[in-house]
Design a protein. Structure first.
Length: 126
């Protein structure tokens, strides 16, 4: 029976040794996975940080362009308003000029017809 106990004790130590080596192998693989993950994170960080910097510069440039566009649109709106006012003034000036010329022409026409009409009447009366 003592041999059986020694054999069981030997199997137990052998089982513990195998379990230890299996655990050591698992921890070694886990350490390699963590190392690979750490390298991947470093690579991504090295690529993402400059990309974020470039994105920041691009957004600043876009904001600058939008500011210039806003100024240009404001200038165009101001010019359009001034053009509208100028068109209104010119239209009123032309309209009043046409009315005056039309009135003068009508008066001149009336005067000429009256003058020649009287002359025709005088010739007809003589």
């Amino acid at each position: 029976m003592e041999t059986f106990v020694e054999l069981a004790r030997g199997l137990l130590f052998l089982g513990l040794a195998v379990a230890f080596f299996v655990l050591a192998f698992m921890f070694f693989r886990l350490a390699r996975i963590f190392s690979t993950t750490e390298e991947s994170i470093k690579d991504v960080s090295e690529q993402v940080v400059p990309l974020i910097g470039k994105t920041h510069v691009t957004v600043d440039n876009i904001n600058s362009q939008l500011s210039q566009l806003d100024t240009a649109v404001g200038d165009v709106a101001g010019i359009t308003g001034e053009l509208d006012q100028t068109t209104t003034v010119i239209t009123q000036g032309v309209r009043s000029g046409v009315i005056k010329v039309s009135s003068a022409t009508a008066g001149l026409s009336k005067g000429v017809s009256t003058f020649f009409g009287r002359e025709n009447k005088k010739k007809g009366e003589e």
